[in-house]
Write a new protein. Structure first.
Length: 164
């Protein structure tokens, strides 16, 4: 399997994904294989899967359809895009503690706008949009994915899958 790790940051591809990983990020400090934004993947070939965790929320709302259309474009027929974003369904943008992440405590403001300490280190870490299950599912459908579903998970994660 050939897997595009879109918006890879410094994170490894998670264990369920096994195959030839192509790491893509806009930030050269992450040492990606391909330096590009999510809205213009360029001529990078076809993939069996696209994995994009905690990157889509860094785009402006008007750029999300373009990014998802790019994921759809580079997928082989039958390939799947797996998207993970913060689940804002039950979150208020306050300084109240929501959950403990590997990077420390997360409050509602962090989920809406990005973790402040990370934004100070890199402006790419600011959040410009957010999702609930209905909006992520609709965005996948509108991007042309034939089969779409979303699942709310623990620690305020939302997973969306779209099959080409």
């Amino acid at each position: 399997m050939r897997i595009l790790h879109a918006g890879c940051g410094h994170q490894p591809l998670p264990a369920p994904f096994v195959g030839d990983e192509v790491r893509l990020d806009i930030d050269t400090r992450c040492k990606p294989d391909v330096v590009a934004g999510l809205t213009d993947l360029g001529d990078i070939g076809e993939f069996d899967a696209v994995y994009c965790a905690h990157s889509l929320e860094h785009l402006y709302p008007h750029d999300v359809p373009t990014a998802l259309a790019e994921f759809h474009r580079v997928l082989k027929p039958g390939g799947a895009a797996v998207i993970i974003v913060p689940d804002l369904e039950d979150v208020r943008p306050t300084e109240d503690f929501v959950y403990m992440s590997d990077g420390g405590p997360i409050c509602g403001l962090d989920m809406y706008y990005g973790k402040r300490s990370l934004i100070e280190a890199s402006p790419y870490m600011a959040h410009h949009c957010g999702f609930v299950a209905a909006t992520l599912g609709r965005a996948l459908e509108e991007a042309g994915f034939s089969t779409c579903f979303t699942k709310r998970c623990d620690t305020y994660n939302l997973v969306g899958v779209g099959v080409r």
